[in-house]
Design a protein around this ligand. Structure first.
Ligand code: B3K
Ligand code: ZN
Length: 864
């Protein structure tokens, strides 16, 4: 496999000004003819000499090729591994090719493929080369005209990007539609859909009074699950106008939902293609969390129209330019639509459980990676979510207005261009007249910085806050320069009241932004109090780990009353993490009591809303505990976390019971808290409270409650034989997305026979399909990421299961196989027995025949 390096970037010697494509769709193949207007690139030093032109192409049968209407003879071109090489003789010419492809056999779900009887595409990152020979790199921006021909009955809908230009009938029951997209775009944004679908139509009037037609296409019979996605689309369109002054630019915006899709969704210009999971939702079939997911992903793809499509990436190393920024935008949108602190907590949970793990493992990379083998492996939590945190720091440093100025300048300068992260930072800098030389380290350095903070009292009301930052080595970077780290800070007194203070010579305030730039830095704090408790990194103002030696009482105080909701939650997490990760093999009675009392106070706090309560009384996830540690004793951790859960379940049993019985589940927050209470009750006594769950699953009127009950039942001792699990299946067997939940609920059972059950019942189930990423995710990813007790079973059976699936998927769908393989990446933190077991699975994987680049890259790095 070849490694590609960022430092080797060179502009392409050729450009493609216009792209005309004709697709002839048939039952077992598709003919693609391409006519490309090619020019030498004035920005390339080599282009004056007309070097050979190398076009990318994978798994294409080249049937015809000509230049300027003259057919080429065999000696005029070369076909090498995944390349077509021609020798241009003029600086401008037209290249025509005709290729045959087999979408019906394409299980990689990349390029053109079929899903549920319809044709659809996924071209990002490098899938377009599976459709036709092309310069498959994002800086090649071309105006596309597309003609699609197919059977009228089977494919009444023939869709592509832009606006429909003409349509008509052909012979043999066939018809055609022609599309033209006026905005030049990279080929990764190309899309085609053909099929017979239902459509929900609507209209949006833009801020300048233009009418945009909105069309949401779904499988027949699913129209009753579309309204929420449509409403979310309109809300996002309005939000982007109001927040960023960005208006939609075509007359038509289409969204198509397909069942077989490798990720959440894709922002193809004017024709988004979505995983059904992020479109279909109504109360009966979708949980409150699903609704949030739909709203977020619909918004994310819509926001890409400006951050991604109008301004795109020069090369794939710059992916965070569009992804980090667009995640940041969808996060701000969700904060405006939902509860801000709850959203922030969710965002930080992802960073702590998944991104910190990635940053401390073999795949660690900066948000702008320096190298890759398979680009698809770099659609990561680092590029996306840490990338969004980096943008969020800019937002914190510049404030709302300054950030907007930077965005405006970025769009003004770069509309219609393919640019770099550097261009973005420069626009922010210049619009605000700041120097962000050091800030750029966030783009170039991998790893999670650790900031150690100490508070010392100098005299009455005088303190020093000493900060020291460091960043551990990562595979390609041994030593790091200091980062610029904004730390939003407040102080509380011993009773938890917010204190006024001054930093250095500043004004009296109750919150300040400390900006760390040195390895060691000390801030002088003036504060009129005896004892002060620092409330640090409020709202998670930087993607770092922060260490401060709080006493358990101080943490409990913060948990009970920090005015910053995020930090209040965080203090609770911190308190529990400290106890769970300490060296002692068991929890002491006092430890358990401290948490119990803290929970009790939270649950009785009448000011606090239910969603925040629900979050506060959940233990830090095992993933985040592992993600934050360098070494972990899993058995001890599992043990202690069970002890703590048991204790909280038992000691607060009456409280859980009263919440369950008195809280009306009439809004999402209340449902959430009530269902958390239910899960504690079943931990307290399965025998005693099983009836509650049984009753809930039978009478639930919404999927949130129905699923919560299913989850506790499926997890219970007799979960595998439960009649309720079976009834749920009978009820929902024809609702694919609900079945995914049914599969997931079962793989979370922590009993020893779960792995056998997965192998013999779930993977063999008639509704399971290895080719469907949602199913693989529901069963295998959910098991290995969320049933850690069994995934890490000392027998190694969990590892063997994951490895078997990686190997099975390696040929079928390398992208999904590669992603699954990353689940092994934490192995060096574990005990030697588990290390040996995982290592042998990794070695088994790496030695199989025809290993895909995707899997190779992940496993090879993991073994190093
Ligand atoms: N841009 C796509 C992701 C493509 C992933 C390719 N393996 C979805 C998104 O981030 O909006
Ligand atoms: Zn995106």
């Amino acid at each position: 496999p070849v490694v590609k390096f960022r430092k080797n970037y060179k502009p392409s010697p050729y450009l493609i000004k216009n792209t005309e494509l004709i697709f002839q769709l048939f039952e077992d193949h598709v003919l693609v003819s391409a006519s490309l207007n090619i020019e030498s690139n004035p920005k390339s030093a080599e282009s004056v000499n007309l070097p050979p032109m190398e076009l990318d192409g994978v798994a294409l049968e080249l049937l015809e090729i000509s230049i300027d209407d003259k057919e080429l003879s065999d000696s005029d071109y070369q076909l090498k591994q995944d390349l077509l090489i021609i020798q241009p003789t003029t600086a401008q010419f037209n290249l025509q090719t005709l290729c045959k492809i087999y979408p019906q056999k394409n299980t990689s779900l990349e390029g053109l493929y079929t899903s549920g009887g319809k044709f659809c595409t996924q071209c990002e990152a490098e899938g377009f080369r599976k459709i036709t020979y092309y310069l498959d790199r994002p800086e090649i921006m071309s105006a596309f005209s597309v003609r699609i021909e197919g059977d009228q009955q089977k494919y009444p809908l023939l869709l592509s990007n832009g606006n429909p230009a003409s349509r008509g009938d052909l012979t043999d029951g066939r018809h055609f539609v022609e599309w033209h997209d006026p905005f030049p775009k990279p080929c990764y944004l190309f899309a085609l859909v053909a099929g017979d679908l239902d459509c929900l139509e609507d209209e949006f009037t833009t801020m300048n009074g233009r009418k945009v037609k909105l069309e949401l296409f779904v499988d027949k019979g699913k129209l009753d699950q579309c309204q929420f996605a449509m409403d979310s689309l309109k809300a996002s369109m309005r939000w982007d106008e109001e927040k960023f002054g960005r208006e939609y630019d075509l007359d038509l915006y289409m969204v198509v939902a397909v069942s077989d899709f490798n990720m959440g969704a894709m922002e193809n210009k004017g024709l988004n293609i979505f995983n059904t999971k992020y479109v279909l939702a109504n109360e009966k079939t979708a949980t409150d969390a699903d609704f949030e997911g739909v709203e977020r992903v619909i918004a994310h793809e819509y926001f890409h129209n400006w951050t991604g499509n109008r301004v795109t990436c020069r090369d794939w190393f710059q992916l965070s330019l569009k992804e980090g920024l667009t995640v940041f935008r969808d996060q701000k949108f969700s904060e405006d639509m939902q509860s801000k602190p709850v959203q922030r907590i969710d965002q930080v949970k992802i960073i702590r459980s998944a991104q910190f793990a990635e940053d401390s493992g073999p795949m660690a990379h900066p948000i702008r990676p320096d190298s890759y083998i398979e680009m698809n492996n770099f659609y990561t939590v680092t590029v996306y979510n840490k990338g969004a945190e980096v943008i969020n720091m800019m937002h914190t440093l510049l404030g709302e207005a300054g950030f907007r100025k930077g965005m405006d300048l970025y769009f003004e300068r770069h509309d219609g261009q393919a640019v770099t992260c550097e261009d973005f930072v420069r626009a922010m800098e210049e619009a605000n007249d700041v120097d962000w030389t050091q800030f750029r380290n966030w783009y170039s350095q991998a790893g999670t910085p650790l900031v150690n903070v100490k508070l010392t009292q100098l005299g009455a009301g005088q303190f020093h806050l000493d900060c020291e930052q460091s960043c551990p080595p990562t595979p390609e970077q041994q030593s790091k320069s200091p980062f610029m780290i904004p730390i939003k800070t407040g102080f509380l007194d011993a009773a938890g009241n917010s204190l006024k203070f001054k930093v250095e010579q500043g004004d009296w305030t109750d919150e300040a932004l400390l900006i760390l730039t040195e390895n060691k830095q000390s801030f002088k704090i003036e504060c009129d109090a005896e004892q002060i408790i620092p409330s640090l990194l409020r709202d998670f103002s930087a993607p770092i780990k922060l260490a401060y030696e709080y006493s358990l009482t101080q943490l409990a105080t913060q948990f009970a009353s920090d005015p910053n909701s995020f930090n209040r939650w965080d203090a609770g997490q911190n308190l529990m993490s400290r106890l769970l990760l300490s060296n002692s093999p068991t929890l002491s009675a006092t430890d358990k009591e401290i948490v119990e009392q803290a929970f009790s106070a939270i649950l009785h706090d009448e000011q606090l809303d239910n969603a925040l309560k629900a979050l506060a009384v959940q233990l830090p996830s095992l993933n985040s505990l592992i993600g934050q540690s360098d070494k972990v004793d899993l058995d001890q951790l599992f043990n202690k976390s069970n002890q703590l859960k048991q204790h909280l379940a038992k000691s607060l049993e009456p409280v859980w019971f009263s919440i369950y019985n008195t809280l009306a589940g009439d809004n999402a927050g209340a449902r959430w808290l009530r269902n958390v209470a239910l899960s504690y009750l079943l931990i307290a006594s399965e025998a005693q409270y099983f009836e509650l769950a049984a009753n809930q699953i039978t009478h639930a009127t919404n999927m949130t409650d129905e699923l919560a009950a299913l989850q506790v039942i499926a997890k219970s001792k007799n979960g595998f034989e439960s009649e309720y699990v079976e009834q749920f299946y009978q009820k929902w067997q024809n609702e694919d997305l609900v079945l995914d939940k049914w599969f997931s609920a079962q793989v979370l059972n922590e009993q020893d026979n779960v792995i056998d059950y997965i192998r013999s019942s779930l993977l063999e189930h008639e509704k399971f399909s290895i080719g469907n990423p949602n199913k693989v995710h529901s069963v295998i990813s959910t098991f290995s990421a969320n049933n850690l007790v069994q995934f890490h079973h000392a027998s190694g059976a969990g590892y063997a299961l994951l490895a078997d699936l990686v190997i099975q998927l390696n040929q079928i769908n390398p992208q999904i196989a590669g992603r699954l393989a990353t689940q092994f990446n934490q192995w060096k933190k574990l005990d030697s027995n588990r290390q040996t077991l995982i290592k042998s699975q990794l070695s088994k994987i790496i030695s199989i025949d025809a290993l895909s680049n995707d899997v190779f890259e992940v496993v090879d790095k993991s073994l190093k």
